[in-house]
Design a protein around this ligand. Structure first.
Ligand SMILES: Cc1cc2nc3c(=O)[nH]c(=O)nc-3n(C[C@H](O)[C@H](O)[C@H](O)COP(=O)(O)OP(=O)(O)OC[C@H]3O[C@@H](n4cnc5c(N)ncnc54)[C@H](O)[C@@H]3O)c2cc1C
Length: 424
C-alpha cells in the first residue's frame, strides 16, 4: 500500500480494507482521488441516498495531503482574509469565510456522528505573534471580529510565556472553535463510513486516462475501465497531466513535516498547552502536541518537488530557533506533501463541462475547506443544489502559466520571506 514513511501511516489502520479495482465497471458517479475532497463528496453522496458511487485512488486512501498534513482544522483559505475582501468585497468575503467555519463544524459533527477515533484535541489553535509590534494582534483581532464575526481571544506576552516557553513570541490569539487531529485516521474513517453506506472504494487504482466528451465518461485504469454518468476529479497536487483544463489551472507546491521521538515530561519544557500553534509570518511554522507526547512540526514551502536530503535537519533547526531548550531531541519521522495551488489562492470547485466535476487547489489551508467543498459538490450532484457556485462563479480555473507560474510563485515566496525578515 503506497504511503510515505510518516508518523500518520505508522499509527493508522484500516487502509487494507480498500483493494484495487480488478475489472471494468459501470456506475453513476466516479470520484478520482481519495483525499478529503473526494472522500467528503463520496460520503456526502451516500448520505443523501445517492449510493451508486465508485472512488479510486492511485495509492492508498489519504495518500496525498489529506493523510500527511499538520492536522489543523481551522478557518480561512490560503488567500489571506484581507486579500479575500479585496477580491470579492466585505459581504461576500464573510460568506465565503463562513464556509470554512462550516467545514470545521462538519468535521466535528462527523467525528461525533460516526464515532471516529482520530486523536482529536479540541483546545483550539494559537496564532502567535512573531514580531515585536503588538498592534499586529490587536488589529487582526478587531479586523476578524468586524469583518468576519470571528471572536479571537487575546493572550498577552507574559501570560503566553507561562505555557508557550519561547522568547520568539509576543502574545497570541486563540481560535477557540478550531481543533487538531490525526488526519490519516480521519480520512480512513470517512472512507470506511462511505463504504458502509454503499460506496465502492478502491486503492492502488490510478486513473491513467479520462475520456469525457460523450454523455458516458470513461476512466481508464490498469485493470479495467469505469464508465460513469459523471466524474469528480479531486487529485489535489498529485494530478499531474491527468486532465488538462485542471492541470493548467493548478500548481503543485511542497511543504514539510517532522515528528519528534516521544518526549514524555520533556515536552513541557517547550509548551504545556494542548493547542496547535502557528505564527504571524508569511511562511510560518506550524506545530502541535501529539497524543503520545511527541511534537509534530511543519513549515516551509517550495516549488521544487524533490524532497530535500537534509529535511529532518532543516525542520529540527526551525524547532530549535523557537525552542532552543529542545536541543538533542530525536526526530523519528519527516516527510513532504504536494499541495495544489491556484493563481488566485482560492479553491477551485465546479463543473468543467456537463458531467465533469472537480475540486482542487485548496493550498495549505485545506482541511476545513475540502470537507465542506466535497459536501457542497455532493449536494449539487444529488439535489441540484447551487450553493457551490458562490465559490465557483468567482474563483474559476485561471491559468497558472506552467513553468512561468512556478517562477512567479518562488519569487513571491522569497519576497514575502524577505519582508518578514525586515519586519523582524
Ligand atoms: C505537509 C502538509 C501540511 C498541511 N497542513 C495543513 C493543516 O494543518 N491544515 C490545513 O487546513 N491544511 C493543511 N494542509 C493542506 C491540506 O492538507 C490540503 O489542502 C488538503 O488535504 C487537500 O485535499 P485534497 O483532497 O484536495 O487532495 P489530496 O489529499 O492531496 O488527495 C488527492 C488524492 O488524489 C490521488 N490521485 C492523484 N492522481 C490520481 C489518479 N490519476 N488516479 C487516482 N487517484 C489519484 C492521490 O493519490 C491523492 O490521494 C497541509 C498540506 C501538507 C502537504
Amino acid at each position: 500500500m503506497g504511503y510515505p514513511d510518516s508518523y500518520y501511516a505508522a499509527t493508522a489502520s484500516g487502509a487494507d480494507a480498500f483493494p484495487p479495482l480488478t475489472e471494468s465497471t459501470e456506475v453513476e458517479t466516479c470520484i478520482i482521488g481519495g483525499g478529503y475532497a473526494g472522500l467528503s463528496t463520496a460520503l456526502g453522496l451516500v448520505e443523501r441516498g445517492h449510493k451508486d458511487v465508485v472512488l479510486i485512488d492511485a495509492e492508498g486512501i489519504g495518500f496525498g495531503c489529506s493523510g500527511r498534513n499538520g492536522g489543523f482544522a481551522f478557518g480561512g483559505f490560503s488567500l489571506h482574509e484581507h486579500g479575500l475582501i479585496k477580491a470579492v468585497g466585505k459581504e461576500k468575503a464573510r460568506e465565503l469565510y463562513g464556509f470554512t467555519t462550516e467545514g470545521i463544524e462538519l468535521i466535528r459533527e462527523r467525528i461525533g456522528k460516526y464515532d471516529i477515533d482520530c486523536d482529536a484535541i479540541w483546545d483550539g489553535v494559537l496564532l502567535c505573534n512573531w514580531f515585536k509590534d503588538e498592534s499586529i494582534l490587536t488589529d487582526h483581532r478587531r479586523f476578524m471580529a468586524d469583518s468576519f464575526g470571528v471572536e479571537l481571544d487575546y493572550i498577552a506576552p507574559d501570560e503566553l510565556r507561562e505555557t508557550v516557553k519561547s522568547h520568539r513570541y509576543n502574545g497570541a490569539l486563540v481560535e477557540k472553535n478550531a481543533f487538531h487531529f490525526h488526519p490519516l485516521k480521519y480520512a480512513l474513517a470517512l472512507a470506511a463510513e462511505a463504504a458502509k453506506q454503499g460506496a465502492r472504494l478502491y486503492s492502488n487504482t490510478p486513473a491513467t486516462q479520462i475520456k469525457a466528451d460523450g454523455p458516458i465518461k470513461e476512466v481508464h485504469t490498469p485493470n479495467g475501465t469505469i464508465r460513469a454518468k459523471r466524474i469528480v476529479i479531486a487529485c489535489g497536487g498529485y494530478l499531474e497531466g491527468l486532465y488538462k483544463p485542471l492541470a493548467r489551472a493548478s500548481l503543485p507546491i511542497s511543504t514539510y513535516v517532522m515528528v519528534t521521538e516521544p518526549l514524555g515530561a520533556r515536552r513541557d519544557d517547550a509548551f504545556t498547552c494542548q493547542h496547535a500553534i502557528y505564527d504571524t509570518r508569511f511562511a510560518f511554522d506550524y506545530y502541535r502536541p501529539l497524543v503520545d507526547g511527541r511534537i509534530m512540526w511543519g513549515g516551509r514551502v517550495a516549488t521544487n518537488l524533490t524532497e530535500p536530503k537534509n529535511l529532518r535537519d532543516l525542520l529540527y533547526q526551525d524547532l530549535l530557533k523557537v525552542y532552543p531548550q529542545m536541543e538533542g531531541v530525536k526526530v523519528d519521522y519527516a516527510w513532504q506533501g504536494w499541495m495544489s495551488w491556484s493563481a488566485h489562492k482560492m479553491p477551485q470547485i465546479g463543473e468543467e463541462r456537463p458531467g465533469v466535476w472537480y475540486a482542487q487547489a485548496f493550498g495549505g489551508h485545506g482541511v476545513a475547506a475540502t470537507n465542506v467543498a466535497g459536501d457542497m459538490l455532493a449536494a449539487a450532484i444529488a439535489e441540484n443544489d447551487k450553493r457551490y457556485r458562490k465559490l465557483a462563479d468567482r474563483f474559476g480555473l485561471t491559468s497558472t502559466f506552467g513553468p512561468l507560474g512556478k517562477i512567479g510563485a518562488e519569487v513571491t515566496y522569497q519576497y514575502y520571506m524577505m519582508r518578514d525578515r525586515l519586519k523582524e
